[in-house]
Design a binder for this molecule. Structure first.
Ligand code: RUQ
Ligand code: CUA
Ligand code: CA
Length: 641
């Protein structure tokens, strides 16, 4: 237990409230006393730029003005629909990358280019303007991040998005057919057949909710016939490659370092539609997919399609996969309603968190492969440890030194346990030490994740606990509290909470990348945009019937057209290129009373299309502070009656 601070009364009542009221019925709530408090060490060390932050002194985690962080942290933003970029160890937020949301600063969901990525209705309006991002994972090469892409899910509208890590902007969004509740996602790390393809080419997607197949109004009352699918998307084309029909559902997703297996936990092997149904069985599964066999089955034409989707769907149900030697899927039984699945950085074990069971289950990669070779027997034999961890285990992270760190939602703790100790204990060794430390966090953690922890370069320096509640940790800001992101130093024998950062709702999963891995571009090229207005002389108003194209450029502190004229009823397309070639010199463009607002970064081109429905004079102005004459940076749209 950690040392107590001077805040016990409020904190204790807070914990009692959470453990007994909010989660009554789920938690048998052994109320733990003692609260984690950051020990206020006063060390003199300062962070070295480029070097990892030294451990043990809280001051050594501060990043002084003018110095840079050593890590990037990317976080999904939950039902805010965007992706956030932070620096660690400072916890400073740098950027919000719009993905499934609308962002009026950037113009995401407003410009034609962003609408084309998001997807449009026949009338040109954006098809979806909500999203729920839970899980984001970058592309891999050689078992570590290659700094190319970040993939992120949308649980509401069943989409997978890709963010380019050089521009930190979303460049593709794919809608996945036949599914609902797309939750877990993970890119592969290697091709299952050709080991020379040692980088990401596929992204796997787990569907949590089951639906009738096809879902067009038939089979509504036959809930036993509802099905879930596991999906593979091509990481370059972002086309859906194939799907697997399964028994039960998918939850979180993990992938093997050798590319041979993808895994998903499933909490609804009962295939129930109400929550008592979904909790009725004592056992659910971690489900493994044999990627090479699935792709062979697709090649051999052993698939179906559903509705108007052309995506091949192979049969991964238990009944169709009884013979391990030909099976596409392997269902490894684990206790009741598991949640996260995370692979250890050595590639050997999948750690599943029990959620409704106070345990974790460790499944050996080698043994699952052995099952597929027909040499294991019962799939349950692939489980090599099942340590008792505490209440509400959700997700597990690793330090590369043989320890696992599991978040306990109900106990509000990070539990550090020994992988080797857990395996020995499972084999009957009564002296094996399993749990080595419990650290209270504030409060109710969802994900915990470590620096480079989901790569072969796991460095064991930091763990971040993203906690769902903050209550008394920050100045109150009305009924909606921020969440708490706690930075924990795990480099020493004891976990040390370094600091709390408030985060706006609701980050789920995050990843921590060494900063050297990412090389952002500071400037676009004009050639990146086929519609670029390459010279101020190309500016003007071009009419084709009642369709009018207005081309203009921005060069601080002026737009190339001080005025442009259109007619009432015209469909107006404005194409704006920012010809400034100075890093960080972004301009904005907004039109009064027309709901138009977007930015253009240096050398970038964007366009918007709208109806000029009202006659009159409408000022256009630069929204982004760019110059001493920023206020004067205007143009005038004249709409003639
Ligand atoms: S899953 S806590 Cu646990 Cu999407 Cu977020
Ligand atoms: Cu251009 Cu402000
Ligand atoms: Ca269940």
């Amino acid at each position: 237990m950690n040392e107590t601070s001077s805040r016990q009364p409020a904190d204790l009542s807070r914990r009692r409230f959470l453990n007994t009221t909010a989660f009554a019925g789920l938690a048998g709530a052994g109320l733990s006393v003692g609260l984690a408090a950051c020990k206020q060490d006063t060390g003199a060390a300062t962070a070295q730029p480029g070097a990892a932050a030294p451990a043990s002194h809280s001051d050594s985690y501060s990043v002084p003005p003018g110095q840079l962080d050593t890590y990037y942290m990317f976080s999904s933003a939950g039902h805010a629909g965007d992706v956030r970029v932070f620096g660690l160890p400072s916890g400073r937020e740098f950027k919000r990358i719009p993905v499934f949301n609308t962002d009026c600063m950037v113009g995401w969901g407003i410009t034609n280019e962003s609408k084309a990525i998001i997807g449009t209705n026949p009338d040109g309006s954006v098809k979806f303007n909500t999203g729920d991002t839970h899980h984001l994972h970058p592309s891999y090469t050689d078992g570590t991040y290659d700094g190319k892409y970040l993939f992120v899910n949308d649980k509401i509208n069943c989409r997978l998005a890709r963010v380019r890590l050089d521009t930190m902007e979303c460049d593709k969004i794919t809608e996945i057919p036949n599914i609902q509740g797309f939750h877990g996602t993970f890119p592969d790390k290697c091709d299952p057949v050709d080991a020379a393809i040692n980088h990401t080419t596929r992204v796997f997607c787990g569907a949590e909710f089951s639906v009738p197949l096809p879902n067009f109004g038939k089979g509504i009352d036959d809930t036993a016939g509802y099905r879930s699918l596991f999906t593979c998307v091509d990481s370059e084309s972002m086309e859906v490659r194939w799907q697997v029909l399964i028994d039960g559902n998918c939850e979180l997703v993990a992938t093997a370092y050798d590319g041979k297996l993808a895994a998903t936990t499933q909490y609804n092997s009962e295939m129930g539609t109400t929550y008592p149904d979904m909790m009725s069985a004592e056992w659910d599964s971690c489900l493994f997919f044999n990627v090479a066999r699935i792709e062979q089955a697709v090649k051999d034409g052993k698939f179906k399609t559903y509705g108007d989707s052309k995506v091949p769907v192979v049969d991964g149900s238990k009944a169709a996969n009884a013979d391990p030697k030909t099976a596409l899927t392997c269902y490894v039984p684990i206790p009741k309603n598991p949640h996260g699945v995370n692979i250890s950085p050595d590639g050997k074990y999948y750690a599943c968190a029990g959620k409704l069971s106070p345990s974790g289950s460790l499944i050996a990669h080698e043994l699952v492969l052995k099952w597929f070779d027909g040499e294991l027997g019962e799939p349950r034999k692939a489980v090599v440890a099942e340590p008792e961890l505490g209440l509400g285990p959700l997700h597990t992270a690793f330090d590369g030194r043989g320890y696992a760190y599991t978040t306990m939602f109900l106990d509000s703790q990070i539990v550090k346990w020994s992988i080797e100790g857990a395996i020995k204990s499972y084999q009957g060794d009564k002296d094996a030490t399993v749990v080595v430390e419990r650290l209270d966090v504030h409060y109710q953690p969802g994900h915990g994740f470590t620096s480079m922890g989901e790569t072969r370069e796991c460095d064991g320096k930091f763990l971040v606990s993203d906690n769902k509640f903050s209550k008394d940790r920050f100045l109150p800001v009305g009924p909606l509290h921020p969440e708490t992101s706690q930075l924990i130093d795990i480099s020493g024998d004891k976990m040390v909470i370094v600091h709390d950062n408030p985060v706006s709702s609701e980050p789920h999963d995050s990843i921590i990348i060494r900063r050297e891995i990412i090389t952002p571009k500071q400037m676009y090229k004009l050639d990146d945009f086929p519609n670029a207005v390459r010279d101020a002389k190309e500016s003007g108003v071009f009419r084709d019937g009642n369709k009018v194209t207005v081309k203009l450029v921005s060069q601080a502190p002026a737009f190339s057209l001080p005025e442009f004229r259109v007619k009432k009823g015209d469909e107006v397309t404005i194409i704006l290129t920012n010809l400034d070639k100075i890093e960080d010199l972004t301009h904005g463009f907004a039109i009064q009373r027309h709901n138009i607002n977007f930015i253009v970064n240096p050398q970038e081109t964007k366009s918007v299309t709208f109806k000029a429905n009202k006659a009159g004079v409408f000022w256009c102005y630069c929204t982004h502070f760019c110059h001493a004459m920023h206020m004067e940076m205007r143009s005038r749209m004249v709409v003639e009656a």
